[in-house]
Design a protein around this ligand. Structure first.
Ligand SMILES: Cc1cc2nc3c(=O)[nH]c(=O)nc-3n(C[C@H](O)[C@H](O)[C@H](O)COP(=O)(O)OP(=O)(O)OC[C@H]3O[C@@H](n4cnc5c(N)ncnc54)[C@H](O)[C@@H]3O)c2cc1C
Length: 616
């Protein structure tokens, strides 16, 4: 049921709507017109105590664990005895105090003792080794969490030797542009260059670091410190007692501390069993998938995207832009009623569905694919609502399955509900083994056991695991955010538990031209939303201004309409607690949202809370 209780007009131009769903939670009736003494108190209370307290300390000086993750300087130097103690046979690189050094440059590397591939006899055979025998820190998976962990380990342990082992052929890279900006590139060779223009026009590569950032694997054993990445190699087992991982190609590598950051793989669709169908289908996750889909759509007349979540919706919009250029039809098919229906409250999901349609995507909702066959060189999709469609190529985006194959050999527990490796709040699975990113089912002290599949979570949890691998013993307290853009004009940022089955309360206003992902990037200069966030955390004046604004404004009641979903804030409620916040076309306000979710207090007056987000 949808309750619409109009809330306010600020000045004469802004429409403000107040939307509550799932009526177990009944928000207090909105205030009307007159501002009373009581209103002032209600407005002022959350401002002072809940969100901005005191800006100088909380925001500029993030408290130990909550906000202290990103900036380099904040990370405490590990005590000697806290630093990773590798097993006897692993070279101990961490005890000497070394001057702080930056990322290794070519010059630094050339000063390291040069070792070509040193032939080492493998204990189990007489074969020459291809890879280092041991490393103080080993990371399985060369993705986002791995990269964040490397940086955190280096900050805490300047002499760290970190060996990253990744199954993909690529060095660590970020995935979000694969379903967004890369598709808007004018460069025909974008599949090779992997350089994209952010919505703000700035050019950027998907790779986190240039090649020279890393130590070559053949130089790793002879170097005093460094990060090396073994690419194109899968770790097939972990011997936790023996502190050793074994690669699918046969070699074993000893570790002192181990991070498992294996991410996940796209779920397969049960109807896609035929080989020909499979060869015309993309399960979208990595660079190779982007490249093959980019090639496939060049000759396609009709592409079908299966799945209504954020990945399916982003890709459908991105492909529709391609479709407009070359006369290709794009259909998005999903069983839910509207786009992103599992995250967005119904009215917002309905609005989004219309928006995606306007972008040129034909939507088939309430339809699950029952059967996929290959006929006349096309994939024929039969839906459970009786509809049929023929497509030249299909993209399946029906969820993620965490990569947990290593659990058995490593003796690690899998969470039966959430999937993923079960870890404690310090992301530790068992002695000397941590898990981060999409593959971790962690204990969040504020919100309970969770598994999160988002970029910023991979960064936050990778960083936390890296710090703890060097002895920091910190718990997961910094709530990560996530975001999604439907092209340059509409985007959202969210934090906490944003599940549309929870009761929600939304407060809405009309958007202006500056309320778009494009404008937000132009203002922040960053293309990955969470990259710019740390700057905002330190921006105390932003919060002060929010406080003032919240204290000064009054509200009156108006009816809300479709137009008013231009920008707004949606609170996801458990009883009176806000457990999730979604900011729709409102940017740079994530620190405020984080504070509210982290504090976990009861809130009676959500109008007052909404004012903290500068929606006007
Ligand atoms: C196309 C796309 C767009 C996205 N957009 C957004 C977005 O807009 N906003 C957002 O918040 N999130 C987004 N995400 C999600 C985000 O990218 C992921 O949450 C994040 O990449 C997870 O990081 P990770 O390090 O846990 O795993 P990954 O980045 O997946 O890295 C794991 C790596 O481990 C490797 N691996 C697995 N098993 C082994 C093994 N046994 N041995 C060696 N290597 C192994 C894998 O091959 C992979 O390379 C997007 C994801 C995709 C695919």
């Amino acid at each position: 049921m949808l309750i619409v209780a109009g809330l306010g007009v600020l000045g004469t131009t802004c429409l403000l709507g107040y939307y509550a769903t799932n009526t177990e939670y009944q928000p207090p009736q909105p205030l009307e017109v007159t501002k009373t003494q009581e209103d002032d108190e209600q407005v002022a209370q959350p401002t002072e105590e809940e969100v901005s307290q005191p800006p100088e300390e909380d925001i500029a000086q993030p408290t130990e664990e909550e906000l202290s993750q990103p900036p380099d300087e904040e990370i405490v130097q590990p005590l000697q005895e806290e630093v990773a103690q590798p097993p006897q046979e692993v070279v101990q690189q961490v005890e000497e105090e070394a001057p702080i050094t930056d990322i290794p440059t070519k010059t630094e590397e050339s000063e390291q003792p040069v070792t070509s591939i040193v032939p080492v006899t493998d204990e189990s055979s007489t074969k020459t080794r291809k890879y280092p025998e041991e490393a103080t820190y080993v990371i399985i998976g060369a993705g986002t969490a791995a990269h964040a962990a490397c940086r955190a380990i280096r900050k805490n342990d300047q002499n760290a030797k970190i060996l990253v082992i990744g199954e993909e052929k690529a060095l660590p890279y970020m995935r979000p542009p694969l379903s967004k900006e890369l598709w808007f590139s004018e460069d025909e060779n974008v599949g090779e260059t992997l350089v994209f223009k952010s919505w703000n026009g700035k050019e950027r590569s998907v790779f986190f670091e240039k090649e020279e950032y890393y130590t070559k694997t053949e130089d790793f054993s002879g170097s005093d410190k460094g990060i090396a990445v073994i690419t194109g190699e899968k770790v097939s087992s972990v011997n936790a007692e023996g502190h050793e991982v074994t690669l699918a190609s046969g070699e074993s590598i000893k570790y002192g501390k181990l991070l498992i950051a294996t991410g996940g793989k796209p779920k397969e669709h049960a109807a896609f069993t035929d080989d020909e169908v499979k060869s015309h289908t993309t399960l979208f996750r990595n660079i190779a998938d982007f490249q093959s889909l980019n090639d496939a759509v060049r000759n396609a007349q009709h592409v079908a995207v299966i799945g209504g979540g954020f990945l399916g919706s982003e890709l459908a919009c991105a492909l529709a832009v391609q479709g407009k250029k070359r006369g290709m039809k794009v259909t998005q098919i999903y069983p839910e009623e509207g786009n992103m229906a599992k995250v967005l409250p119904k009215y917002l999901s309905d609005w989004t569905t219309k928006k995606v349609t306007k972008e040129g995507v034909e939507i088939v909702s309430k339809g699950a694919v029952e059967n996929a066959t290959f006929e006349n060189n096309q994939v024929k999709l039969k839906l459970d609502n009786g509809e049929e469609t023929l497509a030249d190529h299909v993209v399946v985006c029906v969820g993620l399955q965490p990569n947990i194959e290593l659990a058995q050999s490593a003796g690690l527990e899998i969470d039966t509900q959430e999937g993923g490796f079960r870890v404690n709040s310090e992301l530790e699975a068992r002695s000397d083994i941590w898990v981060a990113g999409d593959a971790a089912c962690f204990y969040d002290i504020n919100l309970g056991r969770r598994r999160v599949e988002h970029h910023d979570h991979a960064v936050v949890s990778g960083r936390l695991a890296g710090e703890n691998m060097t002895g920091a013993k910190k718990s997961y307290k910094h709530q990560s955010m996530f975001w999604s853009d439907l092209g340059p004009d509409v985007g959202y940022e969210a934090i906490g538990i944003c599940d549309s089955s929870l009761p929600t309360v939304g407060i809405w206003a009309k958007a202006t031209e500056s309320d778009t992902p494009k404008a937000a990037e132009e203002a922040s200069g960053e293309s990955i939303r969470s990259d710019s966030e740390s700057e905002n955390v330190a921006d105390e004046s932003t919060e002060k201004a929010v406080e003032q604004e919240a204290a000064e404004k009054t509200t009156t009641k108006v009816e809300s309409d479709e137009e008013s979903f231009g920008k707004g804030v949606v609170f996801y409620m458990r009883e009176k607690k806000v457990v999730g916040i979604l900011l729709w076309n409102i940017f740079s306000q994530m620190p405020v949202a984080r504070k509210i979710v982290t504090e976990g207090k009861d809130h009676e007056d959500l109008n007052a809370l909404a004012k903290l987000f500068k929606i006007h």
